[in-house]
Design a protein around this ligand. Structure first.
Ligand code: DC
Length: 253
């Protein structure tokens, strides 16, 4: 998979399998950064006719709020109460849904390098995670046909999800993908440095006490190192077809 793959690639080229409209279905996709999770989750949601939730955007928003409001990272109480007051929510009319804080769009802000550098530490705050988990469950109650991606979606937030995936890829490949993305934005960082940053983020995400990055029980594990974007979405769609087909009592094929 490469950063040059467009988010809509493949979405229009095949006959979509739609999840029966009467059926609530939660599909979780977890895994580390650089596995293509976000794009895959969004394309899969398109193909299946489901909504798409990017939970990383919520943690990124909290990190942006901390930086922009000058909140001391050690002052957990202040940070959590400010984030609660920001009433993070998504505009479901846009694709992908745009995240807002205090009703102001945050999409432009949350992918900036200072936010990316700060977010793992913010995401390790247990009180903040409790708030996000509650919010994600409320979102799922309002959007019960959902593909949701993050680090803890299948393990903590939706342990009873109908289908769970865990995407992984070789760290060297993930660094290359990140390099391609950054170059498109005119940024050059040495590949080894990128790989070390990725490994450090993995370490922080997988060793925290609350909602660590793990492969959830019963998740289907997919290594995306040598499969292109379309191939990964095809594979996930096939698994969903089988599972949902079994749930509704048909072949699903
Ligand atoms: O997927 P991403 O790079 O946008 O995620 C940003 C950060 O948020 C990353 O450090 C992992 C963290 N995160 C998390 O802890 N739990 C989630 N459900 C989603 C993201």
């Amino acid at each position: 998979m490469t950063a040059t793959d467009t988010p809509t690639a493949g979405a229009t080229t095949r006959t979509a399998f739609r999840v029966p409209t009467h059926l609530p279905v939660i599909i979780t996709i977890d895994g580390p950064a650089g596995t293509g999770k976000s794009t895959v989750a969004r394309l899969l949601a398109h193909r299946l006719g489901l909504d798409f939730l990017d939970t990383g955007a919520m943690y990124r928003c909290a990190a942006a709020i901390m930086i922009d409001r000058g909140i001391d990272p050690e002052d957990v109480g202040e940070l959590v109460s400010t984030v609660i007051g920001a009433d993070l929510h998504f505009d479901w009319q846009t694709d992908p849904p745009m995240i807002l804080a205090w009703d102001a769009p945050m999409d432009h802000r949350i992918r900036q390098p200072d936010v990316t550098a700060a977010v793992s530490k913010v995401a390790a705050i247990g009180e903040l995670r409790n708030h996000m988990v509650r919010k994600q469950r409320v979102i799922a109650a309002q959007h019960p046909r959902l593909v949701t991606e993050g680090r803890d979606q299948g393990s903590v937030v939706f342990p009873d999800a109908e289908v769970k995936f865990y995407l992984d890829a070789d760290p060297g490949i993930r660094a290359q993908r990140r390099d391609e993305q950054l170059r498109e934005g005119g940024v050059e960082i040495d590949l080894e440095t990128l790989k070390q940053q990725i490994l450090e983020r993995d370490r922080l995400d997988s060793t925290r006490a609350d909602g660590p990055l793990i492969c959830p029980d019963n998740a289907i594990r997919v290594d995306t190192s040598s499969i292109d974007l379309d191939g990964v979405v095809d594979l996930l769609e096939k698994h969903v077809r089988q599972r949902i087909g079994a749930l509704v009592g048909g072949s699903g094929g």
